[in-house]
Design a binder for this molecule. Structure first.
Ligand code: KG4
Ligand code: ZN
Length: 393
């Protein structure tokens, strides 16, 4: 089953063209997987600026699709390319579907006039959670393509993408890759800029065991980074400083471990950020050592709570697999500490490849494949809308 997957929930425009095969083993063939990141643009605002994010998605959609098709070209047979006819009559509908973004409609119409499309079976697109105006760009673009190619459009939850990303253990392009079996008795730790969740997965059912009551862990990294005058996204920068601090045996600043003993699986990260703020008021950073000590103190506190609660949840549920997902999954300290508890508990740890920790369309394709396995291929074009939206000022 050939799927074109589209992700535009935040500040990355991403598209993947893939083919899933079921037998004899379940495999994925990635024709192309490309992501245009806007992170640099948002850095000057200290976080994602929604109106700019939307504009960048609008600009990126057609060029990115063109690049994905170009990269896929050699792997497709000549007869697998189709030319869309009657463009003049179809243009009206495209303009209607993309009425919020006339420029995108024009870009797409121009593209169709001059290019062929690869034959695909479905389009998968992120419907949420994410920034509303950013999500709509992907959704309406997907609907237009669904209409033009006459294929079903299916909506995918962004977090389902992060959750499943660990089943891909090789991200080579244009190569048949065997997928890990979808775990049936598992736990998922989802850690991103918007979410911190522990989810139990049993017989295809997902149960939320705990989540953050305020800030997400990635958000805490970003906010603390801002307090330390580091640019967005702050997570990788703080974790690099903390890593250096560990190597140099710098003593960490002692910070609270919020909700470590709360007796449930919920988290709270806004207090930790406030503790950093108070610390900085009393002890402003004066040298490199101060910076290293604070980054290490913050990271140790933030990760310890995640790891200890995950360990408890693994023991309680008897899960035999841990699926880690989300942007913060790139954090080496988190990966190492989870590696230790999984070894102790004899649990298989499935972590996303580096290319799949951040927001990307390949994880949306993987989640689409899972969805199709349970519900079949159902066209959702007429009902699809941005859901679970986060509107930030
Ligand atoms: O999943 P993601 O790309 O976007 C959302 O869906 O939110 O996650 C982005 C978050 C940001 O907060 C970023 O600072 C954080 O992931 N992040 C990290 C690291 N790399 C990215 N946090 C800690 N350590 C990292 N190495
Ligand atoms: Zn994400």
């Amino acid at each position: 089953m050939r799927i074109l997957a589209i992700e535009t929930s935040c500040d990355e425009t991403s598209m993947s063209l893939v083919d899933f095969k079921k037998s004899p083993k379940e495999t994925i063939f990635v024709y192309s997987h490309l992501t245009a990141s806007q992170a640099q643009l948002h850095a000057q605002y200290g976080g994602v600026f929604p109106a700019i994010a939307k504009l960048e998605h609008v600009k990126a959609c057609v060029p990115l699709m063109r690049s994905v098709f170009l990269e896929s070209k050699n792997a497709f047979k000549k007869e697998d390319w189709i030319n869309i006819k009657d463009i003049d009559t179809k243009s009206e509908t495209i303009k209607e579907i993309l009425n919020r973004d006339p420029n995108l409609a024009n870009d797409l119409i121009e593209f169709i006039k001059n290019n062929d499309f690869p034959k695909i079976d479905a389009i998968a697109v992120t419907y949420g959670p994410g920034l509303e105006i950013a999500l709509w760009v992907g959704i309406t673009f997907a609907k237009s393509l669904g209409y033009l190619l006459n294929v079903p459009v299916i909506g995918i939850n962004h977090m389902s993408g992060h959750l499943i990303s660990g089943i891909l253990t090789d991200d080579s392009l244009q190569k048949e890759i065997e997928l890990k079996e979808t775990p049936n008795n598992a736990l998922s730790l989802l850690v991103s800029g918007g979410h911190t969740e522990i989810i139990q997965i049993e017989n295809g059912q997902h149960k939320l065991m705990g989540e953050t009551l305020d800030d997400a862990v990635g958000e805490a990294y970003d906010k603390v980074a801002r307090l330390m005058d580091l640019t967005y996204p702050g997570g990788p920068k703080i974790s690099k400083l903390a890593e250096t601090a560990r190597q140099q045996n710098v003593a960490p600043i002692d910070l609270p471990r919020p909700m470590l003993h709360s007796g449930d699986y919920n988290f709270s990260y806004s207090g930790l950020k406030t503790a950093v703020m108070y610390h900085l008021r009393k002890f402003p950073i004066q040298n490199e050592n101060d910076k290293l000590a604070l980054a290490l103190g913050f990271e140790n506190a933030a990760i310890e709570v995640l790891v200890k609660k995950t360990k408890k949840a693994l023991s309680q549920t008897g899960a035999n697999t841990l699926l880690l997902g989300g942007g913060v999954a790139a954090n080496m300290h988190l990966q190492n500490e989870l590696g230790k508890i999984c070894k102790d508990l004899n649990v298989e740890l499935l972590m996303p490849l580096k290319s799949l920790t951040g927001d990307n369309a390949l994880m949306i394709a993987l989640a689409a494949n899972e969805k199709i396995k349970t519900t079949g291929l159902i066209d959702e074009s007429s009902v699809l809308k941005a859901t679970g939206v986060i509107n930030i000022a």
